[in-house]
Design a protein around this ligand. Structure first.
Ligand SMILES: Cc1cc2nc3c(=O)[nH]c(=O)nc-3n(C[C@H](O)[C@H](O)[C@H](O)COP(=O)(O)OP(=O)(O)OC[C@H]3O[C@@H](n4cnc5c(N)ncnc54)[C@H](O)[C@@H]3O)c2cc1C
Length: 290
């Protein structure tokens, strides 16, 4: 099926792009087009005008800042992030994740910004970015605001972004401990995924903080609070019993949809398995870095 007619603009500044999209909801930002064009062809999305952001310089930068934070421009493709030396050195799990998103065609043109803004629940990056405690930088007609990755997705295919707000950048603290990611998928997109990020005490094998997120089984990534609390202050050697003591209770608190990826009980079970596999890897990585 063909899309309905639309006009196309290619601004060269962020301000012009924001103005061109406006807040009427009749125009949309266009990045790699991998989600948008499919949805337009299926007539699920109709828009009068596409505003292409590919000509705006600076939106595809990746840097480690003096404040020890990693900034990823929203226009970075999955392929670009996977290959970037800063990401490979400081967040190798994110590099591996981006190297395995979708297929080579989608990885080459699909962007991290488009992935987040589409709000598809069966996605890889949102879970990892929430575990990394990332903030998303949104710039609109009224200024700039930061939204935590945990709060960005409101519900299935819906985010807190206003129509005129351009996601310009994703920012997260440089990880100081092991970061791991596991997913299970039957088809193209993940059915369940789990990401874990620890910070470690400087002089011992003790976990200072743990962030654990489970994704793809509800509309947005969810924390496993009981597991995070159980890991805090724990020596690496005690990780497995600490998780096992609270796992059933933690998994029961997840909000899980029955969908074509499987029933809630099945996905809850998968989440538990993936969590323990993450923990095994994090323990190995944590011991190696001591
Ligand atoms: C066959 C296939 C398999 C896939 N498999 C996976 C998978 O395994 N895991 C996974 O995580 N994802 C998967 N995806 C999703 C893929 O990651 C996204 O399609 C891609 O990242 C979207 O980026 P884009 O630049 O093409 O977005 P676009 O299609 O250009 O835009 C998507 C939406 O985001 C908005 N938008 C884009 N950029 C911005 C911005 N900077 N600011 C504000 N709004 C913006 C657009 O207006 C639109 O609403 C798959 C997609 C396909 C088609």
């Amino acid at each position: 099926m063909l899309t309905s007619p639309f006009t196309f603009e290619k601004p060269t500044t962020i301000a012009d792009a924001i103005e061109a999209v406006g807040d009427s909801g009749e125009s949309m930002f266009y990045s790699g087009g991998t989600e948008l064009l499919l949805a337009m062809k299926m007539r699920v999305i109709h828009t009068e005008r596409l505003v292409d952001i590919k000509g705006i310089p600076g939106l595809d930068r990746i840097v480690l800042t003096d404040a020890n934070e990693i900034e990823i421009g929203s226009r970075c493709t999955h392929k670009r992030i996977a290959a970037d030396p800063v990401i490979r050195e400081h967040a190798p799990a994110l590099s591996t994740l981006c190297d395995n998103v979708a297929n080579v065609r989608v990885r080459s043109v699909g962007t991290i910004g488009g992935n987040l803004c589409f709000g598809e629940p069966h996605a890889d990056p949102p879970t990892m970015l929430a575990a990394l405690n990332a903030r998303l930088v949104l710039q609109g007609q009224t200024g700039v605001r930061f939204v935590h990755a945990d709060e960005f997705i409101r519900s299935e295919l819906e985010t807190v972004r206003e129509p005129d707000e351009l996601l310009t950048m994703i920012v997260f603290p440089r990880p100081t401990g092991p970061v791991t990611y596991r997913r299970f998928k039957h088809g193209e997109r993940p059915s369940v995924n789990v990401a874990m990020a620890w910070s470690m005490e400087a002089t011992s094998s003790t976990i200072k903080t743990a962030r654990v997120r489970v994704g793809a089984l509800g509309s947005r990534p969810q924390p496993l609070k009981a597991v995070e609390d159980a890991l805090k202050g724990r020596s690496i050697a005690d990780v497995r019993p600490a998780i096992e003591a609270v796992l059933a209770e933690a998994l029961d608190e997840l909000d899980i949809n029955d969908d074509r990826h499987g029933g809630a009980d099945y996905k809850r079970h998968l989440a538990g398995v993936l969590l323990l596999r993450n923990a095994e890897e994090a323990m190995t990585r944590g011991k190696r870095s001591r």
